[in-house]
Ligand binder design. Structure first.
Ligand code: FES
Length: 107
């Protein structure tokens, strides 16, 4: 199963095996990873699943959609070029090794 590393604001790393088809947000919430809320359940309506993709150049990630783009302007912490909503990152085999940094706050 492909793996995702979640890097907390304090540098603590949590590695999860994430089933293909599961979002990076869902996997974190199901495993109680601190720092990802996912309050809207993935309907692109809360921006509490904000992450910074640390190694985006290594993958072909799904494009940022119009609604995601709008919500990324409403994140609690600064939007950076590597910002994504983790509910929109649906795991594929090719995303094995993805690393995401978690912002200091989600709201
Ligand atoms: S879980 Fe709400 S926008 Fe991602």
């Amino acid at each position: 199963m492909p793996k995702v590393t979640y890097i907390a604001h304090d540098g603590t790393e949590t590695v999860l095996e994430v089933a293909v088809g599961t979002s990076v947000m869902e996997a974190a919430v199901m495993s109680n990873v601190d720092g990802i809320m996912g309050e809207c359940g993935g309907s692109i309506n809360c921006a509490t699943c904000h992450v910074y993709v640390a190694n985006a150049d290594s993958f072909t990630l799904p494009e940022v959609g119009a609604v995601e783009d709008e919500m990324l302007d409403a994140t609690a912490c600064d939007r950076l070029p590597e910002s994504r909503l983790s509910c929109q990152l649906i795991m594929t085999e090719e995303m094995d090794g993805l690393r995401v940094r978690l912002p200091e706050a989600q709201y």
